[in-house]
Design a protein around this ligand. Structure first.
Ligand SMILES: [Zn+2]
Length: 306
């Protein structure tokens, strides 16, 4: 049985998990220190591993990073949310520290793998996954695997313009979907976290207009079988999804006869960790993640079954 270390590096929290085969043996999450840089975070992960899984040999490690990753070069390209990661050779550093082969990808790409093979996206292809969190990102899983585009930048819907000439975004542009709808900016603009803001139905009815505009573009370009929304903000549940579906139906108009299924992630807070397992299975263990899916029917808790 292979032991896999899964790491999810986000702008607000980071999580690590150890899988034995396809069983999740344990998970730890901590707030991200945005100024500590990669070394500070890897030091903390190393300590967490030593305390929790001292005697566990790790055979493969998968990392989902909250920013653009050059998949072919296995390097972080940049991060707008955490300092000091630009051009960082994350895969090599993790491999040297933990002594196991490593594969990294952008977190939203890893998230779609998790939901696509173990969560709410099983049997749905093409599958589009949106992470609605500190930032906003997307991932596309087709019948033939992940679609990354020519330079690993595919599905970066967070920086697609929703409000031309709108407020300045961290990417240097204006009025991006991420600028209008992400957790980081909700907190900066309104002084409250999304969970609190979403208790006001009037606020949500305004919020979903911009979010639905972003999702409409995904639907029009890709006609996915299903769109899954994960990330911290998606945990608002019906407070978000009921008005979002209404607004989306309004924007799509009756001309659109295709599918508009938008559902929350099933692997709440763990989509990227499960996806890291699928990424390692494919690229390090050379196993088809679709086979892991069938194997995993026995181990996914009933509450997570789609
Ligand atoms: Zn932007």
């Amino acid at each position: 049985m292979k032991n896999t270390l899964a790491i999810d590096i986000g702008g607000t929290n980071f999580s690590i998990a150890v899988f034995e085969g396809t069983s999740l043996r344990g998970k730890l999450s901590h707030p991200t220190d945005r100024t500590a840089g990669p070394k500070g975070m890897l030091d903390r992960i190393e300590k967490m591993l030593k305390v929790q899984w001292r005697d566990t040999a790790i055979h493969g490690c998968g990392v989902g990073f909250g920013g653009p990753v050059d998949f072919a070069a296995q390097k972080v390209i940049a991060s707008t949310h955490v300092d000091g990661w630009e051009g960082f050779d994350l895969a090599r550093e993790v491999q040297e520290r933990f002594g196991a082969p490593v594969v990294i990808d952008r977190d939203s790409m890893v998230g779609v793998l998790g939901e696509g093979y173990f969560g709410a996206g099983r049997g749905f292809r093409p599958l589009f996954y949106i992470t609605l969190s500190t930032g906003i990102g997307g991932g596309l899983l087709t019948e033939n695997g992940l679609y990354r585009g020519a330079d690993s930048f595919a599905c970066e819907l967070g920086h697609h313009t929703i409000v031309p000439g709108g407020p300045a975004c961290l990417c240097g542009s204006n009025g991006c979907l991420e600028r209008m709808c992400s957790g980081l900016w909700l907190e900066r603009d309104y002084g409250s976290p999304a969970q609190k803001l979403f208790k006001d139905p009037e606020f949500v009815s305004r919020y979903v207009i911009h979010l639905a505009q972003g999702i409409k573009s995904c639907l029009m370009f890709l006609n996915p079988a299903r769109i899954i929304i994960g990330g911290g903000i998606s945990q608002a549940g019906d407070l978000l999804f009921v008005p979002l579906r209404e607004e989306l139906a309004r924007q799509m108009t009756s001309w659109w006869k295709a599918n508009v299924a938008v559902v929350p992630a099933a692997l709440t807070g763990e989509s990227v960790l499960w996806g890291a397992l699928a990424l390692v299975a494919e690229h390090i263990y050379k196993q088809n993640p679709a086979r892991l899916d069938r194997l995993n029917d026995a181990v996914v808790p009933p509450s997570l079954q789609a």
